[in-house]
Design a protein around this ligand. Sequence first.
Ligand code: MIC
Ligand code: SF4
Length: 752
Amino acid sequence: MSFDIEIIRSFYHFLPDKINKIRKLLGRPLTLSEKILYSHLAENILVSNIRRKMDYADFKPDRIAMQDATAQMALLQFMVTEKEKVSVPATVHCDHLIIGRSGAKTDLKLAIERNSEVYEFLSSACSKYDIGFWKPGSGIIHQVVLENYAFPGGLMIGTDSHTPTAGGLGMLAIGVGGADAVDVMTGMDWELMLPGLIGIKLTGRLNGWTSPKDIILKLTGMLTVKGGTGAVFEYFGDGAESLSCTGKATICNMGAETGATASVFGFDRSMSDYLSSTGRSEVADLAYHRRNDLTGDPEVYAEPAKYFDRYIEIDLSELEPYINGPYTPDRAIPVSKMKEEAEMNKWPVKIDTGLIGSCTNSSYEDISRAASVIENALSQKLSLRSEFIVIPGSERISTIAEHAGFMDIFRKAGAKVFANACGPCIGQWNRDDKSNTRLNSIIHSFNRNFSKRADGNPNTHAFVASPEMVAAISVAGDLTFNPLTEQLTNSEGKKVRLDEPSGKALPPESLVVSMTGYQKPSNDKKIEIKISPDSERMQMLRPFNEFNEQDFHNMPLLIKVRGKCTTDHISMAGEWLKYRGHLENISQNYMIGALNYFNGKTNSVLNQLSGKYEPVPDTARHYRDSGLCSVVIGEENFGEGSSREHAAMEPRFLGVRVILVKSFARIHETNLKKQGVLTLTFVDNDDYGKIREDDRIDLSGLDHFAPGNKLVLTLNHSDRTVERIDTVHSFNENQISWFKAGSALNLIRKSQ
Ligand code: MIC
Ligand code: SF4
């Protein structure tokens, strides 16, 4: 079945004409990213007037996807607008709230019991507002989108940072906060700063133990967690064409770890095969007829340095498997160097658990290659020395993997199979080991490995690798094992070498997989969405206050964060996921993971009113309830990671009005602006040092707040000295009107 087939047909019908016009207007050949972005521009925007990384433009996405942990807030905001139905096709996917413990069946049952209030809210809101609903157990948002909705040349947004996964099927898919989704659901255009373009040419062929995951692990190491900020990665070259569609999706998924806005590959055979294998031959045929418009122009790929802002080349034939970590996905270590690194850094080398799957690596190819490693190990009388957990990305994948016998191989080796959901990837893992501080290592094929992410233990060293490498290392039980060069001792005391993994891109036959977990969109106006005022899980939203200049005087410092501050530090996931529909309750986790610059502790800041060190959320509330707004200071790439807008709504709810940092991650900055928080960056990063723990801060110049102007902060130190620091902002006219209205949502309500 092909969803959206009429929309896709009509889009392809008009595409050549649109692209010819754009090419003529710009007078040069086009990259694929430009073709997709420009063909989705809102009518009033002139292509030649927008400059990359400088100008905002309005777009019309084809689709919106939301997952349960972010959809709750998105839909609560949508309800405030009082619209009758969504203006663009949309889906909600129940994947984040399922805790992995003993196995798919029992875990799913428990999740349905525990989260019934949330699932009912989401399901009835979907039926009321014309949104497709994927029930718990149906799969992880990005995998389900790839299997059902993504199409080459399309543009979509999703309330999850790994939305770019659909780039593996040639779609430009961008992660956003819920408030952006609300704009599009209400029929407004979607605003984005025109991204920069990074061209990545892949040459040669993967071989032996290397896989698509290693390409992105290497690239993340090269670019770091902020190197892709504000850019689209466009992959091309004969190496790119040699990869499977799902391998491409893995690469696009993890582009998010460099801060990239999106990643995309041009249409090719692998995509048309994948479309057919997932029951969408019709889309494959339509795309084939538009193949030249669904890839970059040949002149661009012949002289990439001329058309991209940056150009990188990777030879796949020379690539080595990588293991990235611990604590950050950009610490890229080739497998041959792991022994040395682990020894030097004294990392625990015994691997407690290996985990494969997630939205990053759940394809038939991934599962089949990992299964081949385990099967080969068993046949050579080796066994798993680590606990091994498989997390299939979707009902479709688990059905196919079961049918092919892969799950039996895993089970025979003693592995556990969890539900088709995020599970341990987002801290939804009830680890048998209850200790919350034990020093240990795990290895997984997910994308993120920030501190405490998988199990809440700050001493868990999490490493990221391909599923086949995770399988091999779990057999060895040792982080430093290199399957390319080393042997293992089997149960008979013999030295044996693991064979290279083998697998296929797609299942041999196209299986018809039932979609038991899907509920069709409907627009049933009779449905009443009820939220009990006593509920702990859901709470109706109350609008934030409009701009009042007085709020920006005499503001105490809430926290000056030292070092890395991801959205996991700002609004932790794991057990807190249960409050994603309740702003007041979830605000109790605000910044509890961030390090206070002044005392090196987490969740302990000076409360200037009580004179004591207290938890961050309590201190913020104390200030707010005493009529004071507060300020947060941070360092580089502040808010990297997730799209969760709770990380932006919580500070606003707690009275934080100014966040001043060295640099922001894209989605988080937009989320803050949408909620009416003033996002500022230092003109001189050394001024970070000037902010003291007991400062009272004034902000002047807001009466002439305009695009491009500087704003001056006055630091009133307790010794009565005063210092001034210059800051800049990136608000455009429209965003300034959100700020003045108190939030973007207030502005939508006003315009009704
Ligand atoms: C993640 O991988 O961090 C998440 C959990 O999927 C988040 C979304 C969320 O916090 O709900 C993301 O990537 O955006
Ligand atoms: Fe879920 Fe993990 Fe993927 Fe986020 S990265 S969508 S938590 S599987």
